[in-house]
Unconditional design. Structure first.
Length: 254
């Protein structure tokens, strides 16, 4: 089936309270009528997100409660989301994330394990279940919010970076596996984004707002990109950082 780019009407958002995901859906709704299913664990914030989309002109918005840790319920939650959109989806956004403690060796081991479970195991489970459903219908686009932190894990955010690296690799592999099945996977790698999750942290160079990421995603959808960087210049910065010998890389206070 021909890739519909950003014109897909039925949208599932896994991590429906994510500010980046909400900006992406907001940009899609501003361009054309949409029907949206929001999945997340916070009932109140899901309702607020749904209300915002309705005010923005979204034709239909439904909410479904699900926790990334509750992997046994992921299949049923996705089934409900697809059913509420008439049995199929055109775009699925996976925007599950937990920042956790920054730094190298974790002091809060439980917190570090939470980050790994949510960002890799939980997000990975939801990604796989969404991919299975798109594969069954033989069309659709998966947008996976990864991070530049996963490109080369830095000592300033070891656990978060490692979890995102795992999710990024899973998304890329699924993209290759589904390429001939009419399903497209697009990995989005933002740098520092000004959101609730990063509030109070010192902004890194080339930082962006959720709306900047949304614009990059819509461009990527219409161009058929497999990977989207936000901002685009991060691609070249990471090309340099990936090439640095480890003995030099470990000295950089990133």
């Amino acid at each position: 089936m021909i890739d519909a780019g950003s014109s897909g009407r039925r949208i599932v958002v896994i991590g429906g309270t994510s500010e980046i995901a909400r900006a992406i859906v907001g940009a899609l709704v501003a361009a054309a009528p949409r029907e949206v299913a929001l999945l997340g664990r916070d009932r109140l914030r899901l309702a607020q997100a749904a209300e915002e989309l309705t005010r923005a002109g979204c034709e239909q918005v439904s909410t479904i409660e699900i926790d990334a840790d509750d992997t046994d319920e992921h299949d049923a939650a996705l089934a409900t989301a697809f059913e509420r959109l008439g049995g199929a989806a055109d775009i699925v956004i996976v925007a599950v994330g937990l920042l956790g403690e920054r730094g190298g060796l974790p002091q809060d081991v439980k917190g570090a394990l939470d980050v790994l479970r949510v960002n890799l195991v939980g997000a990975g489970s939801l990604l796989i279940q969404a991919a299975r459903r798109l594969d069954a219908q033989r069309h659709g686009t998966l947008i996976v919010l990864s991070s530049v932190a996963g490109e080369r894990v830095r000592r300033s955010n070891v656990v978060y970076g490692a979890a995102k690296a795992g999710l990024d690799g899973l998304a890329q592999g699924l993209g290759d596996a589904l390429h001939d099945h009419g399903v497209r996977v697009m990995v989005v790698r933002p740098g520092f984004v000004h959101t609730r999750m990063t509030h109070g942290l010192r902004a890194a160079p080339l930082s962006v707002a959720p709306e900047d990421v949304a614009r990059a995603v819509l461009r990527g959808l219409d161009r058929g990109d497999a990977v989207v960087w936000a901002p685009a210049s991060l691609r070249w910065l990471m090309l340099v950082l990936r090439a640095l010998p480890r003995r030099i890389f470990r000295r950089i206070p990133l």
